[in-house]
Design a protein around this ligand. Structure first.
Ligand SMILES: [Cu+2]
Length: 200
């Protein structure tokens, strides 16, 4: 219980308001978030993270009028930026995948893009190269810790060892009882037989 309390306190300290992203966005690689409202120019790395299969920031919140520059790192192979089918109001499309370091795709955010857009890299959509773009002030938000999965992870880490602990004790008790019963059955059976045989 002490560990759970400490985890909850840490989460509360790092709490902030974040857009409510669709699950396809929050399950994307890297999972970094940036609130860039008030900034006229923002850069998103394409091919970020250890494997080069992520967007950084993975989740971005901007105002209308902002120019987003997607900049290729050269890592992770050929990438592109494209709104997933039915993924939202912004029509991101950098064209065919490219791998060249320093390649850029500029996107100027307009009022028509207001809301949340889910985009991905087409060649790497199956391996989690997804991102999210929130535009404007009419965005539903929620309180979060370091990431959206902070709370469930903390709860799971406290609950799983406790559960495994009791399963282990039950198994040991079961094995011990089997030995005890076997020992007495053998001992009783043997002495009874011996006693019977000796009396004849
Ligand atoms: Cu990619």
């Amino acid at each position: 219980m002490a560990a759970a309390g400490a985890g909850a306190a840490g989460t509360a300290a790092a709490q902030e308001q974040q857009p409510v992203w669709p699950s396809g966005v929050t399950s994307g690689n890297l999972g970094s978030y940036r609130d860039a409202r008030g900034e006229s120019e923002v850069t998103v790395q394409v091919g970020a993270g250890d494997s080069g299969l992520a967007f950084d920031p993975t989740m971005l919140w901007v105002d209308t009028g902002t120019t987003i520059t997607f900049e290729w790192t050269g890592n992770g192979g050929d990438h592109n930026v494209q709104t997933v089918e039915g993924g939202g109001p912004a029509s991101l499309d950098s064209g065919d995948p490219v791998g060249e370091e320093g390649y850029t795709y500029e996107y100027e955010v307009t009022e028509e893009d207001a809301g949340i857009t889910h985009y991905h890299c087409v060649p790497h959509t199956a391996v989690g190269m997804h991102g999210g773009l929130a535009v404007g002030g009419d965005i539903e938000t929620e309180s979060t810790g370091g990431g959206n999965t902070g709370w469930p992870e903390n709860i799971a880490h406290v609950g799983v060892p406790l559960h495994a602990h009791w399963v282990g004790i039950a198994a040991i008790l079961g094995i011990a009882l089997t030995f005890v019963f076997t020992f007495y059955l053998l001992k009783y059976g043997e002495s009874a037989h011996t006693g019977h045989g000796g009396a004849q």
